[in-house]
Ligand binder design. Sequence first.
Ligand SMILES: CCCCCCCCCCCCCCCCCCCCCCCCCCCCCC(=O)SCCNC(=O)CCNC(=O)[C@H](O)C(C)(C)COP(=O)(O)OP(=O)(O)OC[C@H]1O[C@@H](n2cnc3c(N)ncnc32)[C@H](O)[C@@H]1OP(=O)(O)O
Ligand SMILES: NC(=O)C1=CN([C@@H]2O[C@H](COP(=O)(O)OP(=O)(O)OC[C@H]3O[C@@H](n4cnc5c(N)ncnc54)[C@H](OP(=O)(O)O)[C@@H]3O)[C@@H](O)[C@H]2O)C=CC1
Length: 515
Amino acid sequence: MSTIAAFYGGKSILITGATGFLGKVLMEKLFRTSPDLKVIYILVRPKAGQTLQQRVVQILNSKLFEKVKEVCPNVHEKIRAVYADLNQNDLAISKGDMQELLSCTNIVFHCAATVRFNDHLRHAVQLNVTATQKLLLMASQMPKLEAFIHISTAFSNCNLKHIDEVIYPCPVEPKKIIDSMEWLDDAIIDEITPKLIGDQPNTYTYTKALGEMVVHQEGGNLNIAIVRPSIVGATWQEPFPGWVDNLNGPSGLIIATGKGFLRALRATPMAVADVIPVDIVVNLTLAVGWYTAVQRPKSTLIYHCTSGNLNPCYWGKMGFQVLATFEKIPFERAFRRPNADLTSNTFTTQYWNAVSHWAPAIIYDFYLRLTGRKPRMTKLMNRLLRTVSMLEYFINRSWEWSTCNTEMLMSKLSPEDQRVFNFDVRQLNWLEYIENYVLGIKKYLLKEDMAGIPKAKQHLKRLRNIHYLFNTALLLIAWRLLMARSQMARNVWFFIVSFCYKFLSYFRAPSTLKV
Ligand SMILES: CCCCCCCCCCCCCCCCCCCCCCCCCCCCCC(=O)SCCNC(=O)CCNC(=O)[C@H](O)C(C)(C)COP(=O)(O)OP(=O)(O)OC[C@H]1O[C@@H](n2cnc3c(N)ncnc32)[C@H](O)[C@@H]1OP(=O)(O)O
Ligand SMILES: NC(=O)C1=CN([C@@H]2O[C@H](COP(=O)(O)OP(=O)(O)OC[C@H]3O[C@@H](n4cnc5c(N)ncnc54)[C@H](OP(=O)(O)O)[C@@H]3O)[C@@H](O)[C@H]2O)C=CC1
């Protein structure tokens, strides 16, 4: 019997961000391995016209939860969706709900965050810093609380090259930032944002670092731990390989490449692609929850959930494998054949942008206009290249994260727990993982049918022929223009033609003799 699974039995667990990518997988694993847990409270806001209950039903009816329904048929009775908006000062939790949460909660997993790199600083501070502060205040009033697990990111200190499992000081105190956001207007915040974030690449990593500092400063006597995952990718094994449901991290770019929109990327092939499967993050998080509650470490422990130092994969290899997978499992209705280059300098990037991105988009929009349709490709390309530019920072650098606490925790797990809550990234086979990732994107994100693969392959063949035809026509036109303008080109052409003629005559002569 798994000690960790048994630990969560009978517990009341509070999860923020449970409707997000990580939160859903966390909830799924909890229900699957500890079906006898008492209740999972999730802080949810209504979204996209759906009520809280509709959102919960949608999650429970998804493929991700199929196995859960087998082992925990009354799962819907064990989820309690609590109305909350972490952007509001009081988190918008009703008095009654608040009382229940305060008196019952045993474990808190704080996953909610804004993960957008370009979010306005005020909003990013509100969600990633102020909300964390408010949750800590709530946690300090929970008499039954055993552990508070805060999910941060391995990139919260990405301005450093080597990152230890410690909290690094922030140039400006989080409290001062929180206060200033209350009275500064948006225009002034926009103006000071670059100065405040300093050598951090965006408001996301900056506010996640502030969030950690808040945990450190305001955690008081709480039993807290911080988990820092790197780039969270599709599931590796559980509940099944390749599950993913949003465009974040590599997923969006894999789609853009598979559909033939993205044909070149400024990336360093030998930089480490520190991707970590979401089920590994969840397994570590649950093990951390157990260890923090049971062992009550004297200080706040930080756990790096990264792959680079134990089982590195590189962007070049990853890109190569992604492209190889498209040969076997192509996406439907591609714009062009998937084939992308990693470029390493600004000049070649601009060249490829002009030739491989803008030119086809402009030609296609011209064709759409000619056929009476609305042009859309240049707009899409604009958005894609803006997205790529935001991600470039992370695919042109490598970081070293120490993983002492994570390895220490692994050594404390029983063999059964090491199996059920496996977070040993050394066991991961990247080639297999990437193939399943691409397959997962096709099935769960793009919702494409596997039966359509032969047709998709046929479509790619047609695109390849069009490509060859287009290139041949272009070459002939260029050559014809050159011949018309340059005597030298004409001389070269006649030389080649007469050479070929002589060559052929030489072979024809003996064969005539034989006859
Ligand atoms: C040795 C030599 C070998 C050579 C080998 C050669 C082979 C070469 C082959 C190369 C091919 C390469 C194949 C592909 C391989 C994969 C490459 C992967 C690169 C991945 C890089 C990932 C880096 C991530 C780093 C993360 C570090 C931090 C980790 C965290 O802690 S946070 C979690 C990550 N967070 C995110 O990812 C958020 C990112 N999103 C945003 O910040 C924003 O959404 C935005 C991208 C800035 C855009 O914001 P906007 O305000 O402009 O718009 P909006 O958000 O409304 O979205 C607009 C539309 O764009 C869509 N979209 C959103 N996100 C993405 C995305 N990540 N990718 C693509 N598209 C995205 C969104 O859906 C909107 O679409 P619409 O609804 O249709 O309008
Ligand atoms: N994905 C990644 O690559 C990485 C993620 N992380 C960290 O993991 C955690 C989870 O990330 P991930 O699951 O990918 O992110 P998602 O964007 O998928 O999920 C974010 C969650 O936060 C919730 N949320 C956002 N704003 C509010 C709000 N105002 N009130 C209530 N809830 C809100 C969202 O709810 P709603 O559904 O209503 O929008 C959603 O449940 C974050 O802390 C992130 O920093 C760390 C490293 C990498």
